[in-house]
Design a protein around this ligand. Structure first.
Ligand code: PA5
Length: 449
């Protein structure tokens, strides 16, 4: 079986010789600390050996629940935000038909995502769309109290009960939440919903290989065994005993810290050449952004979809401030074949492309961009993925998770908390006069006078 690979040569050329190797001891210490549970945030290391510890019995249980939802629903709404939806969406969009939601696909339910915003129009249009659909809901929230998700779930639960009747609604509502605490747990237990537990020691953004990601992915019709298999193989390939030079997660963690500290590269742009990977970048941004952006430190994770964004952000990347580096996810082999046709009149002058695969044109765009951006002073890291399927996406997920755990430790922050996320919530609750926030409400009203 092939594996994803990493090419850092076009980033290393922007660093002094030996600059990446200089991180070897720090990277090794970080990986030891993760393994030994001696790093900051060590109560959130449940993801580290998760892939190899998932049993076939557990996957069967998830698959069984997915099969029930698939049978009873034409639409499944996944309610969740941040780590409680991005992983599932990343995998489903990467593997799915780009137009699946427009196709009347009798084999697979349409998977929609909600509970990740508070847009009145969005939610109103969603409820309108669902009005004549046999829909189900997967309510995902580790804390069980996140406002965006809870608010959406209340709307969807009521609508589902109205459309199906309370009894039948129970068969198509599944909760994925904490074992004991939070409103989502209270509601699931009281209503008798099927539920899965998010392990205490797995934080939201590291939870895609728990039911948080696995259930929606299985509902969409993808092979969760292959996904977990890919992740488990990557767990082996990036273990602490793997030599630094051969450990792609260690290399990625080292080069990005070297670019940040030694070359002043403060922004990493995750780039893809396949629109299907848009949400892989969104998931990656959350993983690294929420893990590393602390104590006034951390690389700012950004993303671009190429070639689309070459016509918007390309100018900035080529000639703007030289504080960026690029990490490209390159898919070696496309899943489909589409040859560019010949045209006798050749009015568009494109016959030089006739007979070529569209992907060949895309690959030349990728190579041309790489050369141009490197010439323009942008270090380039390349992650090569043999093909877009469950197995390699599983590898990619674990690769980024372990690299993030190592990288955050090298940076010197706790990669597994997110204290900064609370600031907006406190103000929002105070402004909305949430019970228990009386003092904050008064203080904020005084501030706004
Ligand atoms: O990574 C994280 O921990 C966060 O992004 C959470 O996933 C997000 O805030 C949603 O939280 P919850 O699952 O508790 O609703």
């Amino acid at each position: 079986m092939k594996s994803i690979s990493l090419d850092i040569t076009k980033a290393a050329q922007f660093l002094q010789s030996g600059a990446i190797q200089a991180y070897e001891s720090k990277v090794k210490a970080a990986q030891e600390a993760l393994e030994n549970g001696t790093c900051p945030g060590n109560d959130f290391l449940g993801w580290l050996h998760l892939p190899s510890s998932i049993t076939p019995e557990f996957l069967n249980e998830v698959q069984c629940v997915a099969d029930t939802l698939r049978e009873k629903c034409e639409v499944i709404v996944v309610a969740g935000i941040g780590g409680s939806y991005l992983g599932a969406r990343a995998v489903i969009e990467a593997l799915g038909n780009a137009f699946a939601w427009l196709v009347n696909d009798k084999q697979n339910p349409t998977i929609l995502f909600a509970g990740n915003n508070i847009g009145e129009d969005y939610l109103s249009e969603l409820t309108e769309y669902l009005r004549d659909k046999r829909f189900g809901v997967i309510n995902i929230s580790k804390s069980g109290t996140t406002t965006e998700t809870a608010l959406t779930f209340r709307l969807l639960k009521k609508q589902c009960e109205l459309q199906r009747g309370k009894q039948q609604a129970k068969d198509v509502i599944v909760a994925i939440t904490d074992a004991k605490k939070g409103a989502a747990r209270t509601c699931a237990d009281k209503e008798g919903y099927k539920s899965f537990i998010i392990p205490d020691n797995v934080g939201g953004r590291f939870s895609v290989l728990t039911p948080v990601g696995l259930l929606p992915i299985a509902c969409a019709g993808f092979d969760i065994k292959a996904l977990v298999g890919g992740a488990a193989d990557m767990e082996k390939a990036t273990g602490k005993e793997v030599p630094f030079e051969q450990n792609i997660a260690a290399q990625y963690a080292a080069v990005r810290n070297a670019l940040y500290n030694e070359a002043g590269k403060k922004i990493e742009i995750m780039v893809n050449y396949q629109p299907k990977l848009h949400f892989v970048s969104e998931w990656w941004k959350q993983l690294f952004g929420e893990s590393e952006g602390k104590e006034h430190k951390g690389i700012f994770p950004a993303s671009c979809d190429f070639t689309t964004d070459l016509h918007s952000m390309g100018q900035w990347i080529q000639e703007g401030e030289r504080s960026i580096f690029e990490t490209v996810i390159s898919i070696e082999q496309s899943n489909r074949n589409l040859l560019f046709p010949n045209d006798e009149e050749n009015l568009d002058g494109l016959n030089f492309l006739a007979g070529k695969h569209v992907d060949e044109v895309n690959k030349m765009a990728e190579l041309g961009t790489r050369l141009a951006h490197v010439d323009g002073g942008v270090p380039n890291i390349r992650i090569s993925v043999p093909a877009l399927n469950e197995y390699y996406i599983g590898q990619l997920i674990y690769f980024f998770e372990i690299a993030c755990g190592i990288s955050g430790n090298v940076l010197g922050v706790n990669p597994f908390n997110q204290p900064g996320v609370e600031a907006y919530k406190k103000n929002m609750f105070a402004l909305l006069n949430k019970p228990g926030y009386e003092a904050e409400s008064k203080a904020i009203q005084d501030r706004l006078k």
